[in-house]
Design a protein around this ligand. Structure first.
Ligand code: NAD
Ligand code: WQD
Length: 341
């Protein structure tokens, strides 16, 4: 069986991707330091797929441990590098923590990859690299803008590190996937997003409000130049997103890539406003959300959604799950977490 290293594999997107890789016949080895995830996630993955992935717990900023890992597993065909710190607000307060974790982890992985001969890597990037684009939807050729946060800047710099490293080392190939807003959970409700503390992201805040953990959802701004004044994003179902990683790995392993370094947007192509999320959530769950319009959140952009032509036609992947089903999956997961019937 072909072995894939999934860094950050017990995290939100990594766990869903592990499920899809195992369903596709790959053997997954997870590396995670459990700084933002829990070991029980492995139970969920095992219940869904019948297979418990191999798990190695260590911190990727420790270079010796990364090298020891590659010595122990010499047959890895591809790396999917999810592991990173991802809280935008925290990154503004602790920039060095973000630069250290996100940059050093990738550098250690790439050095190990070259030293131990692992041919392929898929990197988790983000639509945050586009900032507020001048023209919508955004294509992969849309120029990147200065990052709004240290977190966003780590994605931009890491893309550059990957680009330059692949250019200098023809024996390795890579794909950067720019995710738009990943949401929802596995339909089994056995794995999902596990935000620590008060969620910063919209969907976990919505589901926690519906579950009674939060008294009120704050809608940040109703004076944007959008359909209803609230901000617009491209919400992509996490299982659809996970499947794109299997396609990317197949592409690299099968030598179907058209360049040594490629970039793809992963979104639905549809822009959805915050108030549309609220309305759709209420419709599919039958729960009335207590919400209040408050001023805009600092650092937020007005609107963004993906041009998915390249992902659809060249990568051969398309988002399939509708928003209603996705929001319902997020609610089923929240109910499962809180023991609500
Ligand atoms: P997550 O926090 O759920 O998963 C990341 C995992 O990496 C966690 O399990 C954490 O414990 C682990 N990790 C972090 N630093 C590590 C280190 N130094 N060594 C070993 N393990 C480490 O996050 P996620 O939402 O699954 O995001 C996965 C990737 O996708 C990240 O790179 C993130 O920046 C990127 N991304 C996420 C979103 C989003 O909205 N969730 C959007 C765009 C891009
Ligand atoms: C979505 C919309 C908020 C919470 C962030 C990162 C980005 C990427 C994805 C990783 C916005 C509004 C939110 C709330 C609200 N991550 N909102 N009330 O800001 O698009 O992107 O996560 O790369 O880099 O910046 O996602 O879920 O925080 O917000 O009204 O309580 O919901 O203003 O318009 P965002 P989000």
């Amino acid at each position: 069986m072909k072995q894939i290293l999934v860094t950050g594999g017990t995290g939100y997107i990594g766990s869903h991707t592990t499920v899809e890789l195992q369903n596709a016949g790959y053997e997954v080895i997870i590396v995670d330091n459990l700084s933002n995830s829990s070991i029980e996630v492995l139970d969920g993955i095992e219940k869904i797929t019948g297979i418990r992935p191999v798990f190695e717990q260590f911190d990727l900023i420790e270079k010796d441990k990364v090298n020891a890992f590659f010595t122990k597993y010499p047959k890895i065909m591809a790396i999917i590098h999810f592991a990173a710190s991802k809280a935008v607000g925290e990154s503004v307060e602790k920039p060095l923590l973000y630069y250290r974790n996100n940059l050093l982890s990738l550098i250690n992985i790439l050095e190990g990859q070259i030293k131990y001969g692992v041919p392929n890597i898929v990197f988790s990037s983000s639509c945050t690299v586009y900032g507020q684009p001048d023209i919508l939807p955004v294509t992969e050729k849309t120029p990147r803008k200065d990052a709004e946060s240290p977190y966003g800047n780590t994605k931009r710099v890491n893309e550059d590190i990957l680009h330059d490293t692949i250019a200098a080392n023809p024996q390795i190939k890579g794909i950067a996937l720019r995710y738009f807003n990943p949401v929802g959970a596995h339909p089994s409700a056995l794995i999902g997003e596990l935000p620590l503390g008060i969620p910063a992201n919209l969907i976990p805040f919505v589901t926690q409000t519906a579950a009674g953990l939060r008294s009120e959802l704050k809608v940040f701004g109703d004076d944007y130049d959008t359909i209803d004044g609230s901000a617009v994003r491209d919400y992509i179902n996490v299982v659809d997103l996970a499947k794109a990683h299997v396609v990317a790995v197949n592409r690299l392993i099968g030598n179907k890539n058209k360049a040594a370094y490629e970039i793809f947007n992963l979104g639905t192509g549809n822009g959805v406003s915050v108030l549309e999320i609220v309305n759709t959530f209420e419709k599919v769950t039958g729960i009335k959300l207590n919400y209040k319009i408050v001023p805009r959140r600092a650092g937020d952009i007005e609107k963004i959604w993906a041009d998915t032509t390249l992902a659809n036609e060249d990568l051969g992947w398309k988002a399939e799950t509708g928003l209603e089903e996705t929001l319902l999956s997020a609610w089923l997961w929240e109910k499962k977490l809180r023991g609500i019937n």
